[in-house]
Write a protein that binds this ligand. Structure first.
Ligand code: ZN
Length: 165
């Protein structure tokens, strides 16, 4: 079950925004896992129909309950049409309105796949390396010998010296 809160913020400590249609974000808590995520409210910047746009976004997000200060009649109509429960008159920090969680699922921000750490730029070795044309083997470091005197450990071919990155 997912519960959405209207808020101007993005954390459980942020207060519930009184107006559903005009909140900046929805904070959506998945009660099964305790994970929450923040979705922008498309109604926040709408010149008209903010309530409906907000409600449609909540429907699309698959929430089953909405906790807010107040929802306009248009938003309510959209939410009620699909059976989403609306709890109005809530205020204060979102955390204070969360139902009890299973012990294993304390609320926490949804894990976002971290972007891979940037590896330091590879520095071209001015001495180059020994390369096997046949299988692509590349010696890790210069062994102080002419490559053509070396044999590829993979396929036994003679190696060639290569330069560059
Ligand atoms: Zn080889």
């Amino acid at each position: 079950m997912k519960i959405a809160f209207s808020t101007q913020g993005s954390s459980l400590e942020d207060p519930i925004e009184p107006a559903l249609g005009r909140c900046r974000n929805f904070l959506i808590v998945d009660l099964a896992s305790g994970a929450f995520r923040v979705e922008p409210n498309p109604g926040a910047k709408a010149s008209g129909g903010a309530g409906v746009r907000a409600a449609e976004a909540l429907v699309a997000a698959g929430v089953e309950r909405v906790i807010t200060g107040s929802a306009g009649p248009n938003a309510k109509a959209v939410l009620e049409a699909v059976g989403i429960a609306i709890e109005e008159g809530r205020r204060g920090a979102i955390r204070d309105h969360l139902p009890a969680f299973p012990a294993h699922a304390a609320p926490a921000a949804e894990k976002v796949a971290a972007s891979p750490a940037l590896s330091p730029p590879s520095r071209p070795n001015p001495a180059g390396w020994c390369f096997c044309e046949r299988c692509g083997y590349r010696s890790e470091e210069d062994q102080g010998l002419p490559c053509f005197k070396l044999r590829c450990p993979g396929c036994g071919s003679t190696l060639e010296r290569r330069f560059g990155g």
